[in-house]
Design a protein around this ligand. Structure first.
Ligand SMILES: Cc1ncc(COP(=O)(O)O)c(C=O)c1O
Length: 465
């Protein structure tokens, strides 16, 4: 008989956990040595580690635990669905729960976006949308119209095509990408705006870049523009006012499909189920959802497609949309999604975000007085605090100092988890957060930044300039 593996002591558990699992975005150099916090339980906006220490979940999981942790109504809905009917094949059967949920969801969608294709998560939603666009053009006889335009600093997931659309330089090192299909524009980042340009001129420059790229590649070759309304994990980059509407106009002009990746901005983070239209005055052809759709309780994603596109495909002879997942419209995901929407509606969470969002942004913006903080930006309940070498030089206080990780370590000691992205601390708490809890979050973050600043000063890595 094989010898059974001994159960590790608590003190050894950390290394054991790190040893067994290859984590997403793992630095392989540190495998087995990562001092990750082991989370044991969670409630509301808080996580608790193995010692019972309470930590504010600053990133709200991965921008997904929108209704907060431990909502009994979602747990009950999931339990009831599993006991009633855990699974039915979406390839051959229908379920009322998926139909009813899709019907409810599209009531919130802009314009004629009324057809829902369910996926197993965000990346599969991105990939399905891009495959749909290619399929759509093939069916229309436009077999050369395949090129996709994305942006630097975008993140669109971890499938081959989604990762190819992502534009974060760090992630490009040792992987291969569909470079023959995907082209990147510069990020519409107002923090990087040259001083001699007005906001409007900067916006027009970015819009012109899209138009020029379409003209360079050829209108008959470009299929889609994929864009997060706010570039989330690229550092919460909020494009200049008017950018969304103007890029939409360019796409319409050149028959390019506009895919709005609302995987982060959807489901209440900006105070709306769909932010595209309500927040950015944008009516895309396709919207992608995941994360907050089930508040992270179980995996789920969705591609919401316009009837204008579908009308060109419906009832076409001998055409099969041969794309789908075992978990498309999974009954348990549908139960969690339905209960999440119920919870958002019953507790007026959209209105709550519309009220506390500006407070969250204004409290965080007070951090700009700290010497290493160069920019505080965001909308609703998503925000970034970017650290710079000096306020005048907007150069990032970056890699070599891993400043955001240092800030996160200090904040964790003080009771807050921060999402560190090199020189930027990202924050996207659960939508239920109160003003008092926002005060706690911001005061811990301030202290964490001060302590990290002291460290780098003492180590001679930084001096005020
Ligand atoms: C904007 C955006 N698109 C797509 C994805 C991929 O989603 P998933 O991790 O669920 O596959 C993410 C995940 O962070 C995201 O932020």
């Amino acid at each position: 008989m094989p010898k059974s593996t001994p159960i590790p002591e608590k003190k050894d558990l950390l290394n054991t956990l790190d040893d067994r699992i290859l984590y997403p975005w793992q630095y392989l150099e540190y495998r087995g040595e990562d001092s990750r916090t082991i989370i044991d339980k969670s409630k509301g906006i808080y996580l608790y580690d193995q010692t019972g220490r309470q930590l504010i979940d600053g990133p709200g999981g991965m921008w997904n635990v929108n209704v907060g942790h431990g909502v009994k109504e979602i747990a009950d809905a999931v339990y009831n669905q599993i006991t009633k009917m855990p699974y039915a094949s979406p390839f051959t059967e229908s379920t009322e729960i998926a139909y009813n949920y899709a019907s409810r969801l599209v009531k919130y969608a802009p314009g004629d976006l009324k057809r829902v294709f369910f996926t197993s998560g965000g990346s599969s939603a991105v990939d399905s949308a891009l495959r749909f666009v290619m399929f759509y053009n093939n069916v229309r006889g436009l077999r050369d119209k395949k090129q996709i335009i994305s942006r630097h600093d975008a993140y669109h997931g971890s499938t081959f095509l989604g990762a190819s659309c992502s534009g974060k330089e760090r992630d490009k090192n040792n992987f291969d990408f569909a470079d023959n299909l995907v082209h990147h524009l510069s990020a519409p980042n107002p923090f990087k705006k040259p001083d001699d340009l007005s906001d409007e001129e900067f916006c027009d420059l970015k819009v012109k870049e899209l138009e020029n790229k379409i003209l360079e590649l050829g209108q008959d070759k470009v299929a889609a523009f994929i864009a997060e309304p706010i570039l989330a994990s690229g550092g919460v980059i909020v494009p200049p006012k008017g950018y969304h509407k103007k890029t939409r106009e360019i796409c319409t002009k050149y028959d390019v499909i506009y895919i709005s990746d609302e995987i982060v901005t959807g489901f209440g983070r900006l105070g709306h189920i769909f932010a595209s239209e309500n927040y950015f005055d944008l009516e895309p052809d396709i919207i992608l959802l995941a994360k907050g759709i089930t508040s992270g309780y179980v995996p789920c994603g969705a591609v919401v497609i316009s009837e204008k596109l579908m009308s060109q495909l419906d009832n076409k002879e001998k055409v099969i949309f041969s794309n789908g997942f075992t978990d498309s419209g999974h009954p348990v995901s549908m139960a969690a999604a339905t209960a999440t929407l119920d919870y958002i509606e019953k507790n007026n969470l959209l209105e709550h975000v519309q009220e506390v969002g500006p407070y969250f942004q204004s409290k965080l913006s007070e951090l700009i007085d700290l010497p290493i903080v160069g920019d505080v930006r965001g909308e609703g309940l998503m925000a970034a605090v970017e650290c710079v070498i000096s306020k005048e030089k907007k150069d990032p206080l970056n890699l070599q100092y891993e400043i955001a990780s240092r800030i996160n370590s200090h904040c964790q000691n003080l009771g807050l988890i921060v999402r560190p992205l090199f020189n930027t601390c990202v924050m996207s708490p659960s939508l239920i957060i109160t003003k008092e809890q926002i005060d706690d979050l911001v005061s811990i973050l301030r202290k964490g930044i001060e302590l990290a600043t002291d460290d780098i000063k003492k180590e001679g890595l930084w001096s005020a300039s």
